[in-house]
Design a protein. Structure first.
Lengths: 235, 325
């Protein structure tokens, strides 16, 4: 059994290439859904995370330290724990059950967005903090308003912001707990790369699992590398 | 400052509305008539439900969504109103589900047998014994350190059956589960079979799933004890009571139940797996019970899975009287 491991991975690689190149509809659908769900989640988390991080990084207010500590602590929140809490919320017997979101892509998007918000906020806030505080003062002396000065700082920390968004997306697309518990891994509706890999391994379709795992790795690494390259060019 | 704040809020609201509306659109017509079915893992892992789904969806504009869990969790989903229909195989739990009012219109759809499977070398020498003798022998050699037992450990129908077998064989489960040779897998049937295979251990499995995994080359375990009255496995469908959970798709659930017990549905169950595995993985139960085609098995099913001489006592029926003619 053990001696075939190498073969299994090579077979899986070949199968993965075949599946990708032939445009296998199931693989395409699952990959597409994974990207759609996780990028929507990333957008949502940036929408509420960016302003929060800007305030956290620039303003000095009471409880700021506590708030930062909270987001830092939530960086590693176990996905199944969050998945369970969200399941109870989305369930028909739960407080927002009337929205009928359980076992739908919407629930998965919201769940992942919540999961990655700490990453978005913490990373962006750190990036903003690491910008020389004089830039803000300089902008103000040059006649910029408070908002304009904040935007100037944000621009300076753009590399950090992009990194935060990439890291958020990667965490979202690679997680299993939340999408499994609020999505239910329904074929053709809520099955994504991670949930399908788990199910197909149970069902014994190892080659398909390896193929999907490779696709997942490709998405994550291609994204990270290309962002790295773009940033290098700019600097 | 104030203005940008408002812009952000507006953007946020738009994003939320956009994403919800977007996914609603993305779900398309499927949200209109979608039927959520929480099912025992064996029916799903074997691929039977995929075949049934394909046939069903060509005839009805109902989108079947299966969530493969295990009888225990399936019943919990239904109790919370998160499923429209459950496919389960644990008569005692089913009766509780009916009496508490959550489930209605139970129909027995299929049966097969559980089997005690284990390594070909059969260290506990259970081949050819009765289930109870086999369990005693497994305990003995487990304590000697010559074998292991893998339990589902997930409150599924198979797990409930396993526990009742241990009790009937005269063992105390609380002490048994603490012994080192008793492995709690906490997983579905497919995964449990693979774990038992890895540890060269014994386990209880339904013959359907076992056959699929064996013929697919995923496990090399052998069936050692089977085809006993005590190892009967009966699958039923139960709809969720609409009075209790007004939002469930009751009509959709009943349409699917009627399809399952129709000649066509029963035919699919009977044929499934014959070509690939040389025998049916599940046997249809409707005709058998109605026309008493196999009196012995019909009698076993009645003793094991009927409540007051019927598959669904009248007080737990709701409309659709033709189901019980």
């Amino acid at each position: 059994m053990h001696s075939t491991l190498g073969n299994e991975i090579i077979d899986g690689l070949i199968k993965a290439l075949q599946l990708i190149l032939s445009g296998d509809p199931t693989v395409m659908e699952i990959t597409g859904r994974s990207i759609l769900v996780s990028s929507s989640a990333t957008m949502l988390s940036v929408l509420w995370g960016l302003p929060a991080a800007t305030i956290l990084g620039l303003k000095r207010f009471r409880g700021r330290f506590l708030l930062k500590g909270f987001f830092n602590a939530m960086l590693g929140i176990p996905t199944v724990a969050l998945g369970l809490v969200l399941y109870l919320f989305f369930s028909k017997a739960g407080p927002i059950g009337f929205l009928h979101l359980l076992y739908s892509p919407s629930a998965m998007i919201i769940g992942q967005a919540i999961l990655i918000t700490p990453i978005t906020v913490s990373f962006i806030a750190s990036a903003i903090e690491s910008v020389d505080p004089e830039i803000k003062d300089l902008a103000k002396t040059l006649g910029a308003s408070e908002t304009e000065a904040s935007i100037a700082v944000l621009k300076e920390s753009m590399n950090g912001v992009v990194l935060a968004i990439t890291a958020s997306f990667n965490r979202a697309i690679a997680e299993l707990g939340v999408v499994l518990m609020v999505g239910g891994n329904i074929a053709g509706l809520t099955s994504v790369l991670t949930t399908t890999i788990a199910l197909e391994t149970t069902k014994g379709n190892i080659e398909l699992s390896i193929a999907l795992a490779i696709i997942l790795l490709l998405i994550v690494s291609v994204l990270s590398i290309s962002i790295n390259l773009i940033q290098r060019r700019k600097t | 400052m104030r203005k940008t704040y408002l812009v952000w809020v507006a953007l946020l609201v738009l994003a939320v509305i956009g994403s919800v509306a977007g996914t609603m659109y993305y779900l398309g017509a499927s949200t209109k008539n979608r039927l959520l079915i929480s099912t025992t893992t064996s029916l799903y892992d074997t691929g039977l439900l995929d075949t049934i789904e394909t046939e069903f969806e060509t005839k009805y504009s109902i989108d079947l969504n299966f969530i493969s869990v295990g009888t225990g969790i399936a019943i919990q989903h239904a109790q919370r109103g998160d499923a429209d229909l459950i496919l389960v195989h644990s008569p005692t739990d089913e009766l509780k589900f009916l009496t508490e009012g959550t489930g209605v219109n139970r129909k027995i759809i299929a049966y097969n047998f559980f089997a005690i499977v284990g390594p070909e070398t059969d260290p506990a020498q259970i081949r050819g014994t009765t289930p109870f003798q086999a369990l005693s022998k497994i305990v003995e050699s487990g304590r000697n350190g010559t074998t292991k037992w893998v339990s589902r450990g997930d409150n599924s129908g198979t797990h409930v059956k396993e526990k009742s077998l241990w009790r009937a064989a005269g063992f105390n489960l609380t002490t048994l589960t603490k012994e080192s040779w008793y492995i709690n897998a906490g997983s579905g049937i497919g995964e449990t079979l693979k774990k038992a295979n890895y540890f060269s251990a014994y386990t209880l499995a339904d013959v359907g799933t076992y056959l699929k995994y064996y013929k697919d080359g995923l496990i090399s375990l052998k069936v050692l004890v089977e085809q006993e009255k005590d190892l009967l496995n009966v699958y039923s469908a139960i709809a969720v009571n609409q009075t209790l959970h007004p939002t469930v798709n009751f009509d959709g659930a009943m349409a699917f139940v009627r399809f399952l017990i129709s000649d066509e549905g029963q035919q699919i169950i009977e044929q499934y797996g014959k070509a690939d595995y040389g025998q049916s993985l599940f046997y249809p139960a409707v005709r058998l019970l109605k026309e008493n085609t196999e009196p012995t098995i019909a009698q076993w099913i009645k003793e094991y899975a009927f409540f007051n001489d019927t598959e669904c006592p009248p007080e737990y029926r709701k409309g659709y009287p033709e189901l019980y003619n």
